[in-house]
Design a protein around this ligand. Structure first.
Ligand code: SF4
Ligand code: SF4
Length: 317
């Protein structure tokens, strides 16, 4: 694990001033969790409310939901292409069925009628290109697939870069990389020094695409056996990519013994615990009202979040 530098109070204040004034290098904080359902997005939304001038990114593109709380107003959007797809040009097809025989993904579908013609089921097509390569009539177009849309928006906390992946579309890792690149360009253009990323859960390709080159990871977990196990897996990933990480134990009071165990595990592994956040109905109330706990609650979980956020800021270097 890359060594963390915890700065003193003066340095933390200076850093906060730099971040507010849009000075200094762009820093990127990515909030991830080894598993879904830990409350990661609620935490990111509250961080967004507490940060002075953040640029927000929703990299949880397979199940994006940060927009539900932040109500972004779209300023610009575009299609995202992360792969290829095949399309039969019916007028050139002689019905030889070669593509049907060769496609291993059952994506070539015979059409009704005589003679039989063939079409591609776009939901089944994996974009391997075999059919286009072997079609004797060159009747199959092999084109860029539109896998989703990206958006550049404004929210009450600052600009937000987000996306919507199409149904059954893959390549979410590529989309995540695209969003992070777009976010950095926007941050530099608009003088925003802090990029705050809602990362995907798990340890798959989109998570890997979210964390490489980040300045700090916040690993959100919950006090359950699976939370502990999945935290270990995502911590390993952070190690592998040499990104510094802090642990945040959410809903910590639901199982104090397990929270203590996770904190002890983190300590032994050289990971710092940024703090514990209590379970509180304020989170549900905030979600229902499309707000954040940091905006709508006083004391209790709002204080927990504030403490964690201060720890995040004081750890950035
Ligand atoms: S291989 Fe080409 S010509 Fe033969 S059925 Fe498929 S699309 Fe038609
Ligand atoms: S590109 Fe590959 S997966 Fe798609 S239809 Fe052709 S052979 Fe099947």
């Amino acid at each position: 694990m890359k060594r963390l530098t915890v700065v003193n109070a003066d340095q933390a204040r200076r850093m906060q001033e730099e971040l507010s004034a849009g000075r200094g290098p762009v820093r990127e904080v990515v909030v991830v969790s080894g598993k879904g359902g830990t409350g990661k997005t609620s935490i990111v939304a509250s961080f967004a409310a507490m940060a002075e001038t953040p640029l927000l990114v929703d990299c949880d593109v397979d199940a994006a939901d940060l927009h539900l709380v932040l109500n972004p107003v779209v300023q610009e959007s575009g299609g995202f292409s992360g792969g290829k797809t095949a399309r039969v040009r019916e007028e050139h097809c002689n019905g030889c069925s070669k593509c049907y025989e060769l496609c291993r993904f059952e994506a070539i579908v015979p059409q009704d009628g005589t003679p039989v013609r063939y079409a591609v089921d776009p939901l089944m097509c994996e974009g391997c290109g075999v059919c286009a390569y072997f079609c004797p009539e060159k009747a199959i177009a092999f084109e860029d697939a539109v896998n989703g849309r990206w958006y550049s928006s404004v929210t009450r906390f600052g600009p937000m870069i987000h996306a919507q992946l199409g149904i059954a579309e893959e390549n979410s890792g590529k989309l995540v990389s695209f969003l992070r690149k777009k976010a950095r360009e926007t941050a530099e253009k608009e003088g925003r020094c802090l990029i705050l990323v809602d990362g995907p859960p798990g340890i798959g390709c989109p998570v890997i695409a979210s964390i490489g080159g980040a300045d700090l990871l916040v690993l959100v977990t919950e006090p359950t056996v699976s939370g502990e196990h999945d935290l270990a897996r995502v911590a390993e990933l952070a190690d592998h990519f040499g990104v510094p990480a802090l642990v945040c134990i959410n809903k910590a009071d639901l199982n104090v013994e397990m929270s203590d165990r996770i904190a002890e595990w983190a300590r032994k592994r050289g990971l710092q615990v940024a703090g514990r956040i209590r379970y509180d109905k304020a989170f549900t109330r905030a979600q229902v009202n499309r707000s954040t706990v940091a905006e709508s609650a006083v004391g209790g979980p709002a204080d927990d979040l504030k403490n964690v956020w201060e720890r995040v800021l004081s750890t950035l270097n």
